[in-house]
Ligand binder design. Sequence first.
Ligand SMILES: Cc1cc2nc3c(=O)[nH]c(=O)nc-3n(C[C@H](O)[C@H](O)[C@H](O)COP(=O)(O)OP(=O)(O)OC[C@H]3O[C@@H](n4cnc5c(N)ncnc54)[C@H](O)[C@@H]3O)c2cc1C
Length: 395
Amino acid sequence: MDLNLTREEAAFRDEFRSWLATNVPRDWSAWREKPLEESFSYLRAWQRRLHEGGWAAVSWPTEYGGRSATLMQQAIFWEEMARVEAPPMANALGLGLIGPTIIAYGTEAQKKRFSPRILSADEIWCQGFSEPNAGSDLAALQTEARLDGGYYLVNGQKVWTSYGWVGDWCELVVRTDPTAPKHKGLTVLLVDMKSPGVEVRPLRQMTGESEFNELFFRDVRVPVENVLGKVNDGWTVAMSTLMYERGSYGARLHLLFKRNISRLIQLARTVPRNGRTAAEDPLIRQKLAQCLAEIEIMRLNQLRAFSRITATGVPGPEGSIQKIFWSELNQRVQQLAQEILGPYGQLLAADSHAIDKGVWSYGYLRTRGNTIEAGTSEVQRNITGHFVLGLPRSY
Ligand SMILES: Cc1cc2nc3c(=O)[nH]c(=O)nc-3n(C[C@H](O)[C@H](O)[C@H](O)COP(=O)(O)OP(=O)(O)OC[C@H]3O[C@@H](n4cnc5c(N)ncnc54)[C@H](O)[C@@H]3O)c2cc1C
């Protein structure tokens, strides 16, 4: 595996770097503290600017508005975004998971209808998979869709729907054949969130935000043209979305983590601890060094995963290994921040004594969800145990 950039990769990096130099907004840190609706409109405008520059979805095929970027170019893209502390994009699920699934499984009419509006952030997407009794065991889902002329009539409930509150469209997994084995009777529908019968309720998190929602569907009519992939083959389509989800997360994280740990090291040099600074405490030093080393391991694992996909054409279980590693590492870094900062680490943004405007208390609380979202650590370990270690299936 050659870790040096090729000439094309270096040219790609230079082109994007110079575009960012003149286009990236510098005031995101002030906006991120505003209410969700306000900060979201800022992110929408930022995504539009990226789209106008041709940078919103570099991994997408050129014919659908992307750049057909290689995996290495995608990694370069995210590294450059992280390097300049660019804001995230508003339509994260549309660009990263759902758009690629539509491109892979959609009809030509669906691709033409949905792709441009995903790129421009004119239509925001959410992912309606989990239900109160179907999370890790997604195939147990009960939301049903019954064919009624040219429509499916949808009834049921989804939960933990990120972006539900702002979603225009939803990739919804429903049961279309209740008599088939549980993985076989599922279908994916593309649902207009403005349809009569869709109700969105906020879920308040321990961070104080309401990023997620509960979705309720009561006799919602979805035209048959909005089936994605084949009827009763929704499991294949949904798994493809989850593959994109697990694969795309890790690639962009090591620079963000590195920035966090560098900031923590700076703070440790100033925070008093037992008559000296925290940075002079041997236990804290070891923990900081351990986190730094693990961030480097994470970067190398990501490159190993890219190298394998490039060689074989299919994502391997590295995605699961990487998911376990980054989510638990992120929690270890935040735990260490709390050890270093003591009670000050718990102050929220609104408190004038909060360190770094409360990002450490927010980070500690928000990262608890990392080991649950996109498949829990236990489930990822089951996958790794089976596919890497060759252990018998446990589920
Ligand atoms: C930040 C965040 C964002 C999310 N966004 C979305 C979204 O946009 N759309 C969406 O559809 N969902 C979303 N989810 C939901 C997420 O996919 C589920 O929470 C996740 O799949 C786990 O399901 P569950 O919560 O029902 O837990 P359960 O599946 O009930 O699991 C409970 C516990 O049992 C363990 N467990 C379950 N099965 C096994 C097994 N076979 N072996 C060992 N242990 C097991 C789990 O690891 C967990 O510890 C989000 C969740 C979070 C935290």
